[in-house]
Ligand binder design. Sequence first.
Ligand code: DUC
Ligand code: ZN
Ligand code: ZN
Length: 470
Amino acid sequence: MAFDTIIRGGTVVTAADTFGCDVGIRDGKIAALGHDLGAAAEIIDATDRLVLPGGIDSHVHFAQPSGDGIVMADGFATGTRSAAFGGNTTVLPFCLQEKGQTLREALKSYHALAEGECHVDVAFHLIVTDPTDHVLGQELPALVEDGYTSLKVFMTYEGLALSDRELLETMSVARETGAMLMVHAENFDAIRFLTDRLERAGNTAPRFHATSRPIPVEREATHRAISLSELVDVPIMIVHVSNRGAMEEIRRAQQRGLRVMGETCPQYLMLTEKDLDQLNMEGAKYVCSPPPRDVESQQACWEGLQQKVFSVFSSDHCPFRYDDPQGKLAPKGRTSFRWVPNGIPGVATRLPILFSEGVVKGRIDLNSFVAFSATNHAKIYGLYPRKGTIAVGSDADIALWDPKRKTTIRHELIHDGSDYTPYEGLEVTGWPVLTMVRGKVVVDDGKLVGSKGHGAYLPRAKPPAAATIR
Ligand code: DUC
Ligand code: ZN
Ligand code: ZN
């Protein structure tokens, strides 16, 4: 038999092209694209289906420590399972360095949690919170060589935020090692100032989470991150951009020739701060940072995608259960929004939302959908061309989509560890009906057919996008 599997009769879509063709798969890789490919052990009929590169979600959080008494709703088993149901074949969760911990110690614990648990492939970004001389001088350069070729830094949060000096030092190491640097851009002091003032006035309900981190907080930090990266001459990725001000900062930097990239997420296209303003604690379901803004900000994020100011669309899946004292309804969170765990689930809904609201409604074309959902993630984070496209020699990571299927999003379709979806009741057109990871079908027509442990850890190359031009 020439092939293990042939996907027959579908329309293949890459970030560049759309064409009718069969896909021959052997040993987990794409071995041929063409017609009349001959025999295979298994034929998958893709008539009326789109054959897309499996989604790559380069911004998810699984099993991340999130504060006293708070437990993230997904570990690697449920998180990667939900990812597979959403048409994803690779995810990039974060490995958080806790204060006083070495990066190697942090990695050891995340690898132990992921080992044998994953349904889709996984690679780790590092989060540097304690940039000691040892971490920056020795550990980080060695880890980049070992395939951990991206890291995130925070400009806010107690225990996570770096000072400007620390940002510059960390950026310098990213530059010298060729790692991709991701920045969470919000001004810590401004948030603390506003939060204290709101609490003093008794404004503690979840909706004040949005009031405590308004647009200037994000815009200023985005501007500062860009300026600091310009001083060091290092490419950066501004993650989870929520509004026009921050988007325009990135656009201006790009127009000046700086290599500043941007990411936005479904919550900034679909939610607004009104979602946080609900009876009792219901608004806590939508507490994430930066917060959802308003309709004009949604429009700005669409423009950022349409005009390619943003290069990736990620979920920022950061799930907590709602009806749970270890989640959104933690006792302290009832006393103030300050203590409500930050983050919302979304790894399974990212792509159906972008497909329906973007492609079906004519805001972006199908090839851009593939670029935002897979190809650009692979290119920017050192996985291309093994991942992120449909080409001979690439891994057979494929999602079959029914572009016409109408679905009402319900939590029972999500298969994560949370107990709600922020998009409950949203009607979408287009749905991933089969997900294949390295030639093996893991989700077929709403059923999990793969098993834990098929997902592999992926060491990554240095991203060309992060290479310093000397
Ligand atoms: N930043 C993230 O990237 N995810 C969740 C919370 C946060 O602040
Ligand atoms: Zn962040
Ligand atoms: Zn995140």
